[in-house]
Design a binder for this molecule. Structure first.
Ligand SMILES: [Zn+2]
Length: 297
């Protein structure tokens, strides 16, 4: 080992005190390249304070932003109760590419502290009871395997049980390759889950965040009674390059972005992150009022 590595680096670490200087003090905005003070970025719900670009929060942060009681200045998360999700079979196909699937899962679990690519919680939004499922892009690109399918079904059951709307924040690269046909089976399963909520006369609202693609787009993500997206979110089934090669045509600017899809009638609304709680509260109020009144009558 060199003198630099052996002596100088540990010394510098000692002087600086490793804990006092986190390496994530600054974050660069991927859109305008501005260096942002991470604490300001957190306070601004991971939206660039310079250009308004919506960065990707983790699933836990998403829950914290969505429920009532969230105070970014005081660092207080919204109040919610997470539910334990059903266990899915681990690596049913004994899949291996350059790495074993079980090792990929283990690594993702250690890195994120999550069991799989989704969290489900219940609490209130604008005073209305609500069940929220948040997909975790940070866990194997939010890919949908049996665990995510099970979680969506569990969330739908909970919504029906509570007589509450189900809101799903999607963030996904699509089906989980390592689970083969089992991951594809989650498309009809989650479609049925959405149907359960609607069948009970409860609102099913999807919020499509960056990115929402593949099998998730092709199933429950597009079945919302109201389809919302965050600004700039990439939403599509196949990638733009694949489509261009297939249709042999140049695609329009902003194709597969939230704003373009909103203009073309695929989405109902594009809502900024800071307005999401209030917008969801208003929608739930509008969509559930008749039930509340008939219950009171
Ligand atoms: Zn920016």
């Amino acid at each position: 080992m060199s003198w630099l590595a052996e002596y100088v680096r540990p010394k510098i670490r000692t002087w600086l005190g490793r804990r006092d200087v986190p390496d994530n003090l600054w974050t660069q905005c991927p859109n305008c390249q501005q260096m942002l003070f991470s604490r300001d970025l957190e306070r601004n719900l991971k939206v660039c304070t310079s250009c308004g670009f919506h960065l990707r929060p983790g699933a836990a942060e998403r829950l914290a932003y969505t429920f009532d009681g969230f105070d970014p200045d005081g660092g207080t998360p919204g109040a919610f109760t997470r539910i334990e999700l059903p266990r899915a079979p681990l690596d049913p196909l004994r899949f291996r590419d350059s790495k074993k699937y079980v090792d990929r899962l283990k690594e993702a679990r250690e890195r994120t502290g999550l069991d799989d690519a989704i969290l489900v919680a219940h609490g209130s939004i604008g005073g209305h009871r609500a069940v929220v499922a948040a997909m975790a892009f940070e866990f194997m690109a939010g890919s949908m395997g049996a665990a995510v399918g099970e979680a969506i079904v569990a969330a739908a059951r909970l919504a029906v049980l509570q007589g509450a709307p189900l809101i799903v924040f999607t963030a996904s690269g699509g089906a989980r390759t390592q689970e083969g046909a089992i991951s594809l089976m989650q498309m009809p399963r989650t479609t049925i889950a959405a149907g359960m909520v609607k069948g009970a006369g409860l609102p099913f609202i999807t919020v499509l965040t960056d990115p929402t693609t593949g099998g998730v787009t092709a199933s429950f993500a597009m079945l919302g009674d109201i389809q919302i997206a965050e600004p700039g979110a990439l939403i599509g089934f196949a990638g733009a390059r694949v489509i261009e090669q297939t249709v042999r045509e140049k695609l329009p600017d902003g194709f597969q972005r939230a704003e373009y899809l909103h203009e073309h009638g695929i989405l109902d609304m594009v809502v900024k992150r800071e307005d999401m709680n209030a917008t969801l509260a208003r929608l739930i109020g509008l969509l559930t009022r008749p039930h509340a009144e008939s219950a009171a009558a």
